[in-house]
Design a binder for this molecule. Structure first.
Ligand code: ADP
Ligand code: GN1
Ligand code: MG
Length: 360
């Protein structure tokens, strides 16, 4: 047993699992938490070492998740099930960090790439349902787990600071990519300003709606549960719509190195919009409807500048598998934004059609 195995075994032992732990292995493709599959002789669980740099207020974070999962479960929605510690706590503080455990949601798949538009339409419907379900959740109960999470102008300030500091001398290798984000500075306030001025409503949103944060039934391909509830906070539905589009309306993985494979698919955009708007149409305001066509651009620019900033400062935020990983990710985001810009007219026409009830 390695030191790490021993630490994980000790962490898992805090939780009230059924059966005897047989194995603990690394699991999934999240960029933030360290996720493990725990197998006992009778059951399976997810063990996560929470990222304390990203989420410093562990208690606040877990309280949010407790409230949101209870609220969803009461409405009959399958959701994350928190496995408590032997002391009844929602997480365990150990020498090697704070851990939590969830029941493993069996017989599901999560996708890193959309291979079938129907899956993406289903994801849209599930995230639409999520917002509808949380419409009467009292948002004042929620802790803001990451301040300014989708405040794009704020993200841009961080990005400029990273460029200015350039602690590893990496900026020279990505002047074009840096210029891409500098050139679009006038676009960043669009959604946050509307929220601040009350032109669009503040809702309870997921804020991290990439496709691998939703589990689909392995047999029926219907959405089962929305996971990764760490960033459920007050926000705009445009964040949730836009972030799903950023990740799922691409023809390639988020970290595809061959940019010839990376395209923005208007067919996939339409599929997601049909699913999401199909569930939310009655509550979408005129202004939200107008901004839907731009939400994907905004969230993709924001995520792209976050990846590039992280590359510049030495990869302190997103987990990487090789030194240029964050730069590769930033480049796919740039390619997607360029194509969204080229296809803006078509995207707008799809939104108008879907908003007026059109579906193919
Ligand atoms: P991160 O914040 O690092 O993205 P996630 O909470 O999204 O971490 O978990 C990472 C991955 O682990 C998910 O994309 C999913 O594949 C898997 N996963 C997480 N929780 C569960 C669960 N309860 N049941 C099954 N799979 C899960
Ligand atoms: C992170 O946690 P994960 O891997 O689902 C990040 C998102 C980014 C995403 C990019 C808390 O999501 O904001 O959009 O990576 N989550 C956090 O893939 O920063
Ligand atoms: Mg995740």
């Amino acid at each position: 047993m390695t030191g790490n195995d021993a630490r994980l075994a000790a962490a898992a032992a805090n939780f009230a699992t059924d059966g005897t732990v047989e194995s603990i292995t690394r699991y999934g493709d999240g960029h933030i938490n360290a996720t493990y599959l725990v197998t006992t002789d009778t059951n399976r669980y997810i063990l996560q070492r929470m990222n304390a740099d990203v989420f410093p207020d562990t208690a606040g974070l877990m309280h949010n998740i407790e409230l949101v999962t209870e609220f969803l479960a009461q409405r009959g929605q399958e959701t994350l099930i928190i496995i408590r510690t032997h002391d009844g706590a929602t997480y365990a503080d150990t020498d090697s960090g704070a851990y939590r455990m969830y029941a493993f949601i069996e017989d599901t798949i999560s996708y890193n790439l959309v291979t079938d538009a129907a899956v993406f339409r289903e994801a849209g419907a599930a995230f639409g349902d999520f917002q509808n379900q949380l419409a009467d959740f009292d948002a004042s109960q929620l802790t803001e787990t990451i301040a300014h999470f989708h405040d794009t102008p704020h993200r841009f300030e961080d990005f400029k600071a990273a460029v200015a500091a350039d602690p590893l001398g990496r900026a020279d290798r990505c002047r074009e990519e840096i210029a891409f984000f500098m050139d679009r500075a006038d676009q960043y306030p669009l959604i946050v300003d509307d929220l601040e001025q009350g032109r669009i409503p503040l809702r309870v949103t997921h804020n991290d709606t990439k496709l691998n944060n939703i589990l689909m039934d392995a047999t029926t391909h219907k959405a089962r549960a929305i996971i990764d509830l760490d960033t459920v906070m007050p926000g705009s539905m445009l964040y949730d719509f836009g972030d799903s589009i950023r990740f799922g309306a691409s023809t390639a993985l988020e970290d595809e190195r061959d940019l010839h494979k990376v395209h923005f698919s208007t067919d996939l955009f339409r599929a997601y919009a049909e699913g999401f708007v199909g569930r939310m149409r009655p509550s979408i305001t005129d202004r939200e409807g107008e901004l839907l066509a731009f939400a994907g651009n905004m969230m993709t620019m924001e995520c792209g500048m976050r990846f590039l900033a992280d590359y510049l400062v030495g990869d302190t935020y997103f987990a990487i598998r090789y030194p240029e990983h964050n730069l590769v990710r930033a480049r796919t985001q740039i390619k997607l934004v360029r194509e969204m810009e080229e296809k803006a007219g078509e995207i707008r026409a799809i939104v108008d059609d879907v908003m007026s009830g059109g579906a193919r």
